[in-house]
Design a protein around this ligand. Structure first.
Ligand SMILES: C[S@@+](CC[C@H](N)C(=O)[O-])C[C@H]1O[C@@H](n2cnc3c(N)ncnc32)[C@H](O)[C@@H]1O
Length: 242
């Protein structure tokens, strides 16, 4: 039996990818990203180890970070609180293409002047300035196949220090474990349907290896599989490797 499930990635669109999807269910989905990121994605640990530890080495500098496909902005808020606590100067740009999502994120980030929420598609990144750090969590699987290599190359080209792209590993155990979790805890939103579809749209490590090999970044990145059901691309400029 193949360990990836399904054997081929799904190319279906998620409910939240329609800009006319139900606004109440979308809002609850964005509320629930906080829970998903707290309990399931290991995003905070990855950000701590790969970005915050690097920033903390030199607190005299002012750093910039892009959160690409930023959703509700909960990770930007967490990063800002961490940076404040450590005395690190950090400006964050949250970029997302859905105007309803950016409106939600602006409201959520209102008390944090360090966070700027910008509406735009990922390809808009090529017209933005460079950032010290670029982060994309659960974003890559939303792209069309023909966009993926170009967006990863653009992320690399716009990163001065380090980038981190974390996504879902397509696997049967992930699918069944998430189905049970979401049916119990993530109700009245798109989280059940979209989360399950996201896992079917996720990647195996071998697929990500192929994608990276096609890009100009292959010498700058490391790929990792992590529990629970994550595949992660870590990239660094030659002077800022771990
Ligand atoms: C599954 S959500 C993840 C949100 C956030 N990164 C998190 O971890 O909570 C994916 C986000 O990417 C955004 N998105 C999808 N395709 C995009 C694109 N081509 N350009 C910019 N944002 C996009 C969606 O609007 C959505 O908010």
């Amino acid at each position: 039996m193949s360990r990836s499930f399904p054997r081929e990635r799904s190319r279906e669109r998620e409910l939240m990818d329609s800009f006319s999807s139900d606004p109440d269910r979308l809002k609850r989905t964005l509320d629930q990203f906080y829970v998903v990121n707290l309990l399931l994605t290991r995003a905070r640990g990855l950000l701590e180890r790969w970005f915050i530890s690097d920033m903390a080495r030199d607190k005299s500098l002012a750093y910039t970070l892009l959160d690409l496909g930023s959703g509700g902005g909960d990770l930007a808020v967490w990063l800002t609180r961490r940076a404040r606590k450590l005395g690190v100067k950090l400006h964050i740009v949250c970029l997302d293409h859905d105007p309803r999502v950016t409106a939600y994120a602006r409201e959520r980030c209102r008390a944090f002047p360090e966070i700027e929420v910008v509406q735009g598609r990922a390809l808009y990144l090529s017209s933005l300035p460079s950032f010290d750090y670029v982060f994309a969590n659960h974003f890559l699987h939303h792209l069309a196949d023909e966009e993926i290599v170009g967006v990863i190359e653009t992320i690399g080209a716009r990163t001065r220090r380090r980038f981190l792209v974390s996504d879902l590993k397509r696997s049967r155990p992930a699918y069944f474990a998430y189905s049970v979790f979401a049916a119990i805890f993530l109700r009245n939103s798109f989280s059940f349907e979209d989360g399950r579809l996201s896992i079917r749209k996720g990647f195996t490590k071998a697929e990500l290896e192929e994608i990276v090999a096609l890009s100009r970044l292959r010498d700058r990145v490391t790929l990792r599989s992590m529990f629970p059901f994550r595949v992660v691309i870590l990239g660094a400029d030659a002077r800022h490797r771990a």
